[in-house]
Design a protein around this ligand. Structure first.
Ligand SMILES: NC(=O)c1ccc[n+]([C@@H]2O[C@H](COP(=O)([O-])OP(=O)(O)OC[C@H]3O[C@@H](n4cnc5c(N)ncnc54)[C@H](OP(=O)(O)O)[C@@H]3O)[C@@H](O)[C@H]2O)c1
Length: 329
């Protein structure tokens, strides 16, 4: 690797929002023995990126300042660590960086071999990058918690997906469809058709009274809710759930954690399940294979050059993206 320095975006402390981001020149990372160095072609942003900057996950994240935010990258391998077995320079890959250290908003990033997956030529970097946090979380929530089988073999489940136009939500709708579930989805009025086209059976505008109440227009009770929106109290979910229905909450607040604890202690049939995504290389490989087969797609909301990453940050902070926001060095 000839390059010693690279362009990147950093922040130096909690808070600060867009103004807290600085365009900097920093050393190109050196891959550890089990890492590959990726020349980044696309980085996908996630709501969790601004939450980390805001300090919502302190004291755990970020591990240290200054911090280069972003964990979801795709690009080309330019160097491999001494212990790397399965990659070589020139391989196109998608990779999820270590959450604790970030590093995505940069020209180069080092990723663990375990969370790096080869990309076939038909999948572009910008369509691959979003699969990391958003795709993996949608897959985990549906298959590992809600028990949906993606071959559609045994599903008769009614699933509600809130914020179905979001990064996580738009993958969740497509995956739940592969699982042959009946999907009710919520989103804003402008995205009703978009979410229906992704595979939802019925779609409700979250700003209407029916949407706010999460009522299925066909009167279904949900076996599982993939809750990608925030701030919905348990009392809104409860009457809409089937006997053993569960709400998989991707952004649990203190009240949700309390509800979940009480439900465990009282052996409640209906459950709120807080979920923290656990990235797995084999799951990322599976998502890549679905994209290759044309069964799953990434919808790109907007693309920004790294030199204009502040506008991408403003957009993710705004919370109104449809699909994924991409930054390209
Ligand atoms: N636990 C985990 O491991 C994990 C992993 C990934 C994400 N998350 C969390 O999951 C949530 C979703 O993340 P994301 O990155 O996918 O978000 P995102 O892409 O930023 O979400 C934006 C979208 O959500 C829609 N939306 C917002 N509030 C809504 C509501 N009440 N009802 C229906 N739609 C609504 C917006 O529609 P409008 O523009 O029409 O308002 C917009 O299309 C975030 O809170 C994130 O932190 C957790």
């Amino acid at each position: 690797m000839a390059r010693k320095v690279m362009q990147a975006v950093q922040y130096h402390g909690y808070g600060g929002g867009v103004a807290g981001l600085k365009y900097v020149e920093v050393p190109v990372p050196s891959p550890k023995s089990d890492e590959v160095l990726v020349k980044v072609e696309a980085t996908a942003l996630n709501a969790v990126d601004w939450k980390i900057q805001k300090g919502n996950i302190r004291p755990f994240l970020p591990r240290k300042f200054p911090c280069i935010p972003g964990s979801d990258v795709a690009g080309e391998v330019v160097e491999v660590g001494s212990g790397v077995q399965n990659f070589k320079a020139g391989d196109k890959v998608v990779a999820m960086l270590n959450w604790f250290y970030g590093g995505g908003l940069a020209e180069f990033a080092a990723s663990s071999e375990k969370l790096t997956v080869k990309l076939p030529p038909e999948i572009s970097a910008s369509h691959a990058a979003g699969l990391n946090i958003a795709g993996l979380t949608a897959l985990q929530a549906l298959t590992e918690v809600a028990g949906v089988k993606l071959d559609g073999s045994v599903n008769t489940k009614n699933i509600l997906i809130t914020a179905a136009s979001s990064g996580v939500g738009h993958y969740a709708v497509q995956l739940a469809k592969l699982g042959n579930t009946h999907i009710t989805a919520t989103c804003g009025a402008r995205n009703l058709e978009f979410v229906r086209n992704l595979g939802a059976d019925e779609v409700i505008d979250y700003k209407t009274p029916e949407g706010a109440a999460l009522k299925s227009p066909s009167g279904r009770k949900y076996d599982a809710v993939i809750h990608c929106a925030t701030g919905t109290p348990w009392s809104t979910f409860e009457p809409n759930l089937s006997e053993y229905g569960q709400v998989i909450d991707l952004s649990p607040n203190a009240s949700a954690l309390w509800t979940s604890t009480v439900q465990k202690l009282t052996l409640s049939k209906k459950k709120l399940v807080p979920l923290l995504g656990k990235p797995k290389g084999e799951n990322l490989e599976f998502l890549v294979s679905l994209v290759k087969e044309g069964k799953l797609k990434t919808v790109v909301d907007s693309t920004f050059p790294l030199s204009n990453a502040k506008d991408a940050w403003a957009k993710i902070l705004d919370g109104h993206a449809t699909g994924k926001i991409i930054v390209e060095p």
